[in-house]
Ligand binder design. Structure first.
Ligand SMILES: Cc1cc2nc3c(=O)[nH]c(=O)nc-3n(C[C@H](O)[C@H](O)[C@H](O)COP(=O)(O)O)c2cc1C
Length: 558
C-alpha cells in the first residue's frame, strides 16, 4: 500500500492513500488463496470463502462502479461515510444540539409542543435559556393592571365572512395549516382531523383534495384548491365548476382557500409522478391512476387580479356563499396592491387572506426556493395588513398568519402585526408525533406522519394522537389567553404593534410600531394622501395585470 505525505506551506497536511489497486489485487488474491486452502488443506476454508465472498464481491463492485469516486478509491471502507451521514442528524439531535439551536425548530419549541400534546408539565425551572441581549430577541409588554385570565373567554372565535358571504364561519385563533393526504399519511390526516373535531378548530385539507380520512372524524375543513384543482379538476386539468359545487356542498367544508403560493416554494409548481398516483389518490384528486400529474406554478382559472376577484365571486356563488379566501407568500408587493385595487374597483372581497411566510414548511422543495425565495411572514403580514387598511377594506377581510407559529407568544406576535387568527403545520405534525427527522421527502418518516409506508404508519395510533392534537391546541390557546391577561387585555382585537419589542443591537431595541409603521385608514384611496413609501407601488399596480407598469412611474419629490 503506497502512502504519500505532501506538506504544503500552511499547516495543512494532505494524506493520500491509494487503496484502489491494492484492494482489487488483495480481493482476488484472498479469493484464490481461500480456494486453494480449501483444495489442499481443508474444505473448511471453502466455508470461509463462502462467508467472505459477499464482502469480496462488494469490494470488487465498489472498485469497478463509476458513479461514486469515494467507493472506487476506498472500496467498502468508503461506505462508512454513508452510515455517518445517515447517523449525523440523529446523533446531532440527541447528543450535540443545545436547547436553543435545533433547526428548523429548537428543542425548546419541540418540547413545548410535546409536553402540551401529552398534557405534561410545561413550566420551566430557573429562568430563561435565551440570551435576551442578543440581536433579534423579542418580548411583549405586560401591564401593572394585569387581568385574571379566568375572567377571559377561554376560546375566542373570529367570524370569517364579509358582506357577500351567506355561511360565515367562526374560526379558532389556532388551526391546522394546509397539508395534503399524500404528503401526510392517512393516519396523520385522521389524527389531525380528530383533534380538530374535539377542539373545535379548522383543518385545512392541503391542495391534494378531500379524502375519506378528512371526513372520518367530521372536524371542520378548509378545502384548499391549488393549481392542480384536485377534487374539482376537469379531464383537461382545468377547474370544473360542477365538481367544485359538489365538493363544497359537504357540510364539513366550512371555508375554501385558493392557493396562490406557499412560503417554502413560492412560484414553483409540482409533478406527482405516475408511480405515486395510486387508484385511491386518483379517485380523491379526480385524475387518472398511473399517469404523471402536473400542478403548474400558475392558475389557469385566472390570469389577472381582476380575473382572480371574479373567480372568488364564482367560487362563493358555487359554494352557496361559504367564505372564500386565498393563500399566498408575498413576492412582489406591487402584485398585492394590484389585487387590492381589483377588490376596490369591483367591490368583490375575499373573506380571508392567508399570509404564509418564507420560513414555512413543505413535504419537499428545491433548496434554493426554501432558503431564498419569498418574504418572511412578519414583513409580509404587516405589509398586507397596511395595504388592506390603506384601501379601507380590512374590516371585511380576515388575515391568517402562518410561519413557525408554535406557542401562545407566537399567536400574540402574529395578532400584533395584523393577523386575526393563525395556522400551524409543522407544530401540528409534532403534536401527532413528528420528531423532526427531516425525512418528509423520502417516504421513510420513522414516526409514520409523512409517509405512505403502511408499516411505518402503524406506529401512529389515531385514537391516541387525535387527543394530543386537541390537547396541544387547547394548551396553546390557554397560554395565549394568559399572555393577553398579563398585558391587561381581554380581547385579541386590542392587541397591536405597540405591545411588541425587538432588540436591534445589544444596547438598543425598537417597538414594533417603529419597525413596522402603521398606515392611515383609507390613505391609499386618494392620490393626495398616499404615503411616500407607497407612491411608486401605487403608480405601478394595475388591476388589469399582475405585471407592474414600470413605464408609468413618476414620483414627485416632496
Ligand atoms: C408536509 C407539509 C405539507 C404541506 N402541504 C401544503 C399544501 O398542500 N398546501 C399549502 O398551501 N401548504 C402546504 N404546506 C405549508 C403549510 O401549510 C404552512 O403554510 C407552512 O408550513 C407554514 O407553517 P408552519 O411553519 O407552521 O409549518 C405544507 C407543509 C408541510 C410541512
Amino acid at each position: 500500500m503506497s502512502v504519500s505525505f505532501r506538506y504544503t506551506n500552511s499547516i495543512l497536511v494532505e494524506i493520500y492513500i491509494d487503496m484502489r489497486n491494492e484492494f482489487i489485487i488483495l480481493s482476488i488474491l484472498a479469493a484464490v488463496a481461500l480456494g486453494l486452502l480449501g483444495f489442499f488443506v481443508s474444505t473448511t476454508w471453502w466455508w470461509v470463502l463462502l462467508l467472505a465472498s459477499p464482502v469480496i464481491l462488494l469490494a470488487l463492485y465498489d472498485a469497478f462502479q463509476t458513479k461514486h469516486a469515494i467507493l472506487r478509491n476506498f472500496p467498502i471502507l468508503g461506505r462508512s461515510r454513508y452510515l455517518a451521514e445517515w447517523l449525523r442528524p440523529k446523533l446531532y439531535q440527541y447528543f450535540i444540539e443545545s436547547d436553543t439551536d435545533g433547526k428548523p425548530f429548537s428543542r425548546i419549541d419541540r418540547n413545548i409542543i410535546y409536553q402540551r400534546a401529552k398534557k405534561e408539565l410545561d413550566t420551566t425551572p430557573f429562568g430563561t435559556q435565551l440570551n435576551i441581549y442578543d440581536e433579534g430577541y423579542e418580548w411583549m409588554e405586560h401591564s401593572i393592571a394585569a387581568l385574571d385570565h379566568h375572567d377571559i373567554e377561554p376560546n375566542p372565535r373570529v367570524t370569517v365572512g364579509g358582506k357577500d358571504c351567506l355561511q360565515p364561519y367562526k374560526a379558532s385563533l389556532f388551526n391546522v395549516s394546509a397539508m395534503s393526504f399524500g404528503s401526510l399519511s392517512k393516519n396523520a390526516v385522521m389524527a389531525l382531523n380528530g383533534g380538530a373535531s374535539i377542539g373545535k378548530f379548522a383543518h385545512n385539507t392541503g391542495e391534494g383534495g378531500i379524502s375519506k380520512y378528512h371526513d372520518k372524524h367530521n372536524g371542520d375543513l378548509i378545502y384548499q384548491i391549488g393549481t392542480g384543482y384536485f377534487g374539482c379538476r376537469a379531464k383537461d386539468g382545468n377547474f370544473s365548476p360542477e365538481l367544485f359545487k359538489q365538493r363544497t356542498a359537504k357540510a364539513n367544508v366550512k371555508m375554501i382557500e385558493i392557493k396562490l403560493s406557499q412560503g417554502a416554494k413560492p412560484g414553483h409548481g409540482g409533478i406527482l409522478p405516475a408511480k405515486k398516483v395510486t387508484q385511491e389518490i386518483a379517485e380523491i384528486r379526480n385524475i387518472e391512476a398511473g399517469k404523471d400529474v402536473l400542478s403548474p406554478p400558475y392558475h389557469k382559472a385566472f390570469k389577472t387580479p381582476m380575473e382572480l376577484v371574479h373567480f372568488i365571486k364564482q367560487c362563493r356563488d358555487l359554494s352557496g356563499g361559504k367564505p372564500i379566501g386565498f393563500k399566498l407568500c408575498i413576492g412582489q408587493k406591487v402584485e398585492f396592491v394590484a389585487l387590492c385595487k381589483a377588490m376596490v374597483e369591483t367591490g368583490i372581497r375575499p373573506d380571508f387572506i392567508a399570509i404564509d411566510g418564507a420560513e414555512g414548511g413543505t413535504g419537499a422543495a428545491p433548496v434554493e426556493f426554501s432558503n431564498s425565495v419569498g418574504m418572511p411572514y412578519r414583513e409580509a403580514l404587516s405589509f398586507a395588513y397596511n395595504a388592506l387598511i390603506g384601501f379601507g377594506i380590512k374590516k371585511e377581510i380576515k388575515l391568517i398568519a402562518a410561519g413557525k407559529i408554535v406557542s401562545g407568544f407566537d399567536i400574540f406576535r402574529a395578532i400584533s402585526l395584523g393577523a386575526d387568527f393563525t395556522y400551524s403545520a409543522r407544530a401540528m405534525m409534532m403534536a401527532v408525533g413528528c420528531i423532526q427527522a427531516l425525512e418528509c421527502n423520502s417516504n421513510t418518516c420513522p414516526t409514520g406522519v409523512a409517509t405512505q409506508n403502511e408499516e411505518l404508519m402503524k406506529g401512529l395510533v389515531v385514537e391516541d394522537k387525535k387527543h394530543r392534537v386537541a390537547n396541544y391546541h387547547k394548551e396553546t390557546i390557554k397560554s395565549f389567553i394568559e399572555l393577553m391577561a398579563a398585558a391587561g387585555i381581554d380581547d385579541p382585537d386590542q392587541i397591536n404593534r405597540r405591545h411588541m419589542h425587538r432588540r436591534i443591537s445589544s444596547v438598543n431595541s425598537r417597538c414594533y410600531d417603529k419597525l413596522y409603521p402603521y398606515i392611515t385608514e383609507g390613505s391609499l384611496l386618494q392620490k393626495e394622501s398616499i404615503p411616500r413609501d407607497w407612491r411608486e407601488m401605487m403608480a405601478m399596480a394595475t388591476s388589469a395585470s399582475f405585471r407592474p407598469k414600470f413605464e408609468q412611474v413618476y414620483i414627485e419629490e416632496d
